[in-house]
Design a binder for this molecule. Structure first.
Ligand code: NAP
Length: 246
């Protein structure tokens, strides 16, 4: 229960779903945790309440991923409040699914800003504060590697961009003892992709284990990746998708 004692983490999009599960789990392992949100202030504050109940410090920060200055400010606020930053989880993301003829440039720009540019901005800002043992972990998608249906081109583009970024950043930061990795969830039961949603049966039909993952299925591995035990893993990706891409 103390793999992350003395560490400070920042989770983007920690108010709901996978990010909230990661924030809780990091705190459970001993980290003090700051989390950002865009619209869900109440939910973000509730997650902070759970972190504090676990005996750790928590902090919620309003920071829209599409505003670079807000992300930089969130990183600075985390360091100002907790004195250091050891773990960055780039989790916040949006899912815009439309066939190519219906996608607009506004869809493109919003998806790139939130899913890609924000990861660049947060990682650059966080790395400037991290020392030996630092961890940057991004949440990608199994759709970065395999696209089983139509309408996913923009989302897949945004998540596959993170694979190249992860590898390049691992090279930049490896000499400083900072690791950079990506975790690719598959169908996971959240507001973004409810297990009872319109397209859920189609997703289950693609899986080796035909049932949705839970946010904790992703959070457990991410938390281990944030620990000292993963010190020799960098520039790597792991797909956690019940065998969809198998
Ligand atoms: P979710 O339930 O929709 O939660 C999204 C989280 O991201 C919320 O905390 C939300 O904050 C935050 N967020 C959204 N737009 C934001 C913005 N512009 N600025 C800051 N925060 C923003 O999604 P999820 O399923 O947990 O997804 C988390 C990550 O996993 C995403 O990167 C997603 O692409 C990826 N993923 C999910 C699945 C899946 O099946 N669920 C599969 C593969 C990958 P507010 O609450 O304030 O809106």
């Amino acid at each position: 229960m103390s793999k992350l004692k003395g560490k400070v983490a920042l989770v983007t999009g920690g108010s709901r779903g996978i990010g909230a599960a990661i924030a809780r789990r990091l705190a459970h392992e001993g980290a003090n945790v700051a989390l950002t949100y865009n619209r869900s202030a109440d939910k973000a504050n509730a997650v902070v309440g759970e972190i504090e109940q676990a005996g750790r410090k928590g902090l919620s920060i309003a920071a829209d991923n599409s505003e670079a200055s807000a992300i930089k400010a969130a990183v600075q606020k985390t360091v100002a409040e907790f004195g250091q930053l050891d773990i960055l989880i780039n989790n916040a993301g949006i899912f815009v699914a439309k066939p190519i003829g219906e996608l607009t440039l506004a869809d493109f720009e919003q998806t790139i800003d939130v899913n890609v540019r924000a990861v660049f901005v947060a990682s650059q800002a966080a790395a400037s504060y991290m020392g030996e043992g630092g961890r940057i972990i991004s949440i990608g998608s199994n759709l970065a590697e395999h696209v089983p249906t139509s309408g996913l081109s923009l989302y897949s583009l945004s998540k596959s961009a993170l694979i190249g970024f992860t590898k390049g950043l691992a090279r930049d930061l490896g000499p400083r003892g900072i690791t950079v990795n990506i975790v690719h969830p598959g169908s996971t039961d959240t507001d973004m992709n409810p297990a009872s949603g319109e397209y859920s049966d189609g997703q289950r039909s693609l899986m080796a284990i035909p049932s949705y993952g839970k946010p904790d299925d992703i959070a457990g591995f991410v938390t281990w990746l944030a620990s000292e035990e993963s010190r020799f893993i960098t520039g790597a990706g792991l797909t956690i998708d019940g065998g969809t891409n198998a």
